[in-house]
Design a protein around this ligand. Structure first.
Ligand code: DLL
Length: 437
């Protein structure tokens, strides 16, 4: 296997080198936060903690957490550590409720982010000469511009097409000979499906080699479906606007976890209930401390994403820790008739059943009791089955889901193409109970 590095010296740091630089940066970061952000100054005082008390990387656990609500409550600029004269970019993530969270970047932040994105695109195999079709949304969402700057930095030719306009996506893919596609996994499948409908011969007419897909959870089965339908190698990339955007971590060609760029971002995993650190390999809530971020520095920022950390050696020779794929969010758990149900469990069962298409939607409602309905698209082949066979198929899926979840699920089979497609993050769960309360 061939491994590429953008900044080999740093990417191949030993564990000692990683920890040395983390400690140095963490110490200055804590002081910087206390000196420049009121919230941190007050929290440290309240906790009876001084920046000098951080005497090793492990001491990070003494620092109070930062929550998304802290950013919301300090909307728009009260968590900024620099005056607006030094901020050159503002992004915001759309909040489903209340104010969005706003992040400001200094010129140095944009430079750091660009370098992280250059590593992130190189790590799975991107390089100078690639034609990178960037179908992540440009705008307040960080996906578009994050990939744009990183792609240009490595010398790829970036097509800033943004999300949507799928027929143009396919035309340019063919005419320009795009070699890398970047977008959400769900949108990549939609592009593949559309191309098939248009009669495009993917193998002959499309030169794509690589896809870097993230911004939403995706299972291994979904990965295989994407790889087969677009004839590419697909890699997972993770990130969040509060910690720059895309480029917190990415898979290397081993596809056995996402390397976190630990010299710049210190990751931790804590137990969901106790909030104590868990052991390597154990799942919990991910949190990050960016180590040199100037505009909106954050200490121990709770992401609510569920994952684990793996410090074992990787064949690519990077010693930077690998996080597992994100399996869900601490707050996406549905409680249906008292039973805890994670959308990722449902996806896991569905994707393992031949005849089930890639698109589904989970609808939770309340009659007298909670009801859980999953609308499942079937494949074109399955769709032409006799009614009787489809009824059996539906019952079989219901039984499999009951075995996995221990709660009754109603399956509604729908024709291919019936579930609304998204050009960005897919909306897979509709909880109507909130509206009925
Ligand atoms: O989604 C940044 C991004 C853009 C990442 C492009 C990757 C590619 P936000 O809109 O702030 O930022 O959403 C962040 O999306 O906390 C996760 O819940 C989810 N997420 C991001 N990447 C993944 C992934 C961007 N690879 C939130 N797997 C995060 C699962 C992901 N969930």
């Amino acid at each position: 296997m061939e491994y590429l590095y953008w900044n080999k010296d740093v990417e191949l740091f030993s564990r000692e080198e990683i920890e040395r630089i983390q400690y140095k940066r963490l110490r200055s970061m804590v002081k910087y936060c206390c000196d420049n952000v009121r919230l941190y100054n007050e929290r440290f005082k309240k906790a009876g903690l001084n920046p000098e008390d951080i005497k090793s990387v492990k001491d990070v656990t003494k620092i109070p957490f930062t929550f998304k609500d802290d950013l919301r409550e300090n909307y728009p600029f009260k968590m900024f550590a620099k005056p607006l004269e030094e901020i050159v970019r503002l992004h915001a993530s759309s909040g489903t409720s209340g104010s969005p969270t706003v992040v400001g970047y200094t010129r140095n932040d944009i430079e750091t982010w660009t370098e992280l994105m250059a590593r992130t695109i190189t790590c799975p195999g991107g390089h100078r000469g690639d034609i990178l079709q960037n179908a992540y949304g440009y705008g307040l969402f960080t996906g578009g511009l994050g990939f744009h700057y990183g792609g240009e930095r490595i010398g790829a030719a970036v097509i800033p097409i943004s999300g949507g306009n799928t027929s143009l996506q396919i035309k340019l893919m063919k005419d320009f000979g795009s070699t890398i596609l970047t977008c959400t996994p769900s949108y990549s499948l939609y592009i593949a499906e559309y191309a098939k409908q248009e009669g495009v011969d993917i193998e002959k007419e499309i030169k794509l080699r690589l896809g870097i897909f993230g911004a939403e959870p995706s299972s291994e089965t979904l990965r295989s479906k994407i790889e087969n339908s677009l004839n590419i190698d697909a890699f997972d990339i993770y990130g969040l606007s509060e910690i720059y955007g895309p480029g917190v971590s990415v898979e290397c060609p081993e596809k056995n976890g996402l390397h976190v760029w630990e010299d710049q971002i210190l990751p931790e995993v804590i137990d969901k209930e106790t909030r104590e650190p868990v052991s390597p390999g154990e799942k919990g809530i991910l949190l990050f401390t960016p180590l040199t971020k100037e505009g909106v520095p954050l200490l121990r920022y709770i992401t609510n994403d569920i994952a684990s950390l793996n410090y074992e050696k990787c064949n690519c020779n990077r010693k930077m820790v690998r996080m597992s794929k994100v399996t869900g969010r601490a707050d996406d758990m549905l409680i249906v008739r008292g039973v805890n149900v994670y959308p990722s469990q449902i996806e896991h069962v569905l994707m393992g059943i031949p005849g089930v298409g890639e698109n589904y939607q989970i609808v939770v409602d309340r009659d007298i009791l909670d009801t859980l309905t999953v609308r499942v698209e079937v494949t074109q082949e399955k769709f032409s089955d006799r009614i009787k066979d489809l009824e059996n198929f539906q019952r079989m899926i219901e039984e499999r889901l009951f075995e996995a979840l221990r709660v009754k699920v109603k399956i509604e089979l729908v024709a291919p193409g019936e579930i609304p497609r998204s050009m960005g993050k897919a909306k897979r769960v509709i909880d109507l109970r909130k509206e009925n309360i």
